[in-house]
Design a protein around this ligand. Structure first.
Ligand SMILES: Nc1ncnc2c1ncn2[C@@H]1O[C@H](COP(=O)(O)OP(=O)(O)OP(=O)(O)O)[C@@H](O)[C@H]1O
Ligand SMILES: [Mg+2]
Length: 490
């Protein structure tokens, strides 16, 4: 069983060359024989006619039997390569020059003789060889005693038995041996060159197959450091490149899947932790209320109920934020863009927070230029973004402070800033504030907040292909900046 591609290719090449050699030998043998026959017949074309004239075989319109016998004898001795036959008009053999035992036929077909005498068919014309049952040879013939009143034919077979077999023909010819050697060496050189070429080509394929095997054995994770053959632009090079890209892609996707799995687990752990605390507190208050129903005075009961309510609010806030984030992170989510006026939206949002700001004694300012262009974005999602940013700003700004909402036109977009004069964010926290559940490394975790607001903001702007930028200094305040595309530019 032939396993490797190299062995298969070599086998095919060898078979092909042997076939080519055989076809070549057979073709040249037959054409050489054809050529020799043609030459012989051309040279001996008038032999029969000349015999009749030279040996005076016809006398007074009749065959001279004595002269014929003498001619037969002469030729058997002097030139055994030709054989002379006297035929009747039907082709029956009347007499001949060969030894009696050697002649196997009684008649010779007349078709070739007529064609020969006609002179229209090109040479060689092969006639029956009386010495064998089915052999055919070139000949010369002439009607006797005369062309005008033939009574039979003098039929001269040329080239007796000399080149009957291929071996004797080849053995005798120097030219043939020479061309045999030339053919043999040409085929051998072709074979060696072919084997070498196949070796070079299959070696590259082998290397690629080896790399693929390694990749498979590594569980499809090990990346190929130096792509083999990738520099070449032929089919094997392209194959290598495609394989490398595929392997890289697979490794990357495996990595992404792994990371995704890790972050899922973290999320589940965080969510359960964040839900469990308010749930436990809520449970505790409700249980106390039930158990000590009679011992509690009105004040205490009110305090317990308020605490239970606050925790249930926190729970529902957290759950709805989680739900919102999950919806925003679904791959099929796309923002429903529409044209709206950014200053109007800003005004609406600020109005929502006005009461809360008054309670906290924080001043809210809208700083919007006149003639602002329309922007193209999902108005509901942008409103959510502004709410999250302003609610944070209010939370972290002490009484007497200010929160500004600025809307400024740029070339192709509108810049929106939420600025506060609050406590600011520590430098080391800034890279993390957009992470889920992050609530600052210094402060205590808030009981009412889950640390999801900015994660939602970031995701919303990602969906709009925008970035959000934060600038903050501890004790001075914080600025969040993002932009939205103008309506025509979207
Ligand atoms: N304007 C701000 N000033 C100071 N710190 C801020 C400001 N905005 C955000 N932070 C910090 O970033 C953290 C994350 O904010 P984020 O809005 O994501 O969560 P959260 O407000 O704590 O909870 P949630 O928004 O889910 O109710 C906050 O806990 C706070 O530490
Ligand atoms: Mg928040």
């Amino acid at each position: 069983m032939v396993r490797t591609l190299y062995a298969k290719l070599s086998l095919v090449l060898i078979l092909l060359l042997v076939a080519v050699g055989l076809v070549y030998v057979l073709l040249s043998l037959s054409s050489a024989r054809h050529y020799l026959q043609e030459v012989d017949q051309n040279l001996g074309r008038d032999l029969a006619k000349n015999l009749v004239a030279d040996k005076k075989l016809v006398e007074a319109g009749r065959i001279n039997q004595n002269a014929l016998k003498k001619t037969f004898m002469d030729y058997m001795v002097i030139n055994p390569s030709i054989e002379i036959y006297l035929l009747d008009l039907q082709g029956g053999i009347l007499s001949y020059s060969a030894e009696p035992g050697k002649v196997k036929r009684n008649t010779v077909s007349l078709g070739p003789i007529r064609a020969f005498l006609d002179g229209k068919v090109p040479y060689p014309i092969l006639g029956d060889d009386p010495r064998s049952h089915d052999g055919r040879k070139v000949f010369s013939a002439t009607p006797v005693p005369s062309m005008e009143s033939p009574q039979g034919y003098l039929y001269v077979v040329l080239r007796g038995e000399r080149y009957d077999t291929v071996e004797s023909f080849i053995k005798d010819s120097y030219a043939w041996r020479l061309s045999g050697w030339a053919l043999g060496s040409a085929l051998l050189i072709g074979l060696l060159a072919g084997l070498l070429l196949f070796h070079v080509l299959t070696r590259r394929l082998n290397r690629l197959a080896q790399v693929m095997d390694d990749f498979r054995q590594s569980g499809f994770t090990h990346r190929v450091p130096q792509p083999p053959e990738a520099g070449q632009h032929d089919e094997i090079g392209r194959l290598s490149q495609a394989f490398n890209q595929m392997a890289q892609r697979m490794a990357e996707q495996l990595e992404t899947l792994k990371n995704l799995d890790i972050s899922r687990r973290e999320l589940v752990a965080n969510v359960s932790h964040d839900l469990r605390t308010p749930m436990a507190i809520l449970h505790g208050y409700l249980e106390t209320l039930k158990l000590k129903r009679d011992e509690l005075n009105d004040d205490e009961r009110d305090r317990y109920l308020t605490a239970a309510l606050r925790n249930s609010e926190r729970l529902s806030h957290l759950v709805s934020e989680l739900f919102e984030l999950a919806k925003l992170e679904a791959p099929e989510t796309t923002p429903a863009r529409e044209a709206f006026h950014p200053a109007e939206l800003a005004q609406d949002i600020l109005q929502k927070f006005q009461i809360k700001a008054d309670q906290q004694d924080v001043h809210l300012h809208l700083d919007a230029e006149k003639n602002l262009p329309f922007v193209s974005a999902d108005i509901g999602l942008i409103a959510r973004t502004l709410e999250n940013l302003i609610s944070n700003a209010l939370r972290f700004t002490p009484a007497g402070g200010h929160v500004y909402l600025k809307v400024l036109p740029l070339d192709d977009s509108v810049k929106i800033q939420v600025k506060d004069t609050g406590c600011g964010i520590a430098k080391e926290d800034i890279p993390h504030i957009f992470d889920r559940f992050f609530q600052g490394s210094r402060q205590q975790r808030s009981s009412e907040h889950g640390g999801l607001g900015l994660a939602i903001v970031k995701r919303i702007l990602e969906l709009h292909d925008e970035n959000i930028h934060v600038d903050s200094a501890l004790g001075q305040g914080t600025v969040f900046t993002f932009s939205l595309p103008r309506e025509h530019a979207a």
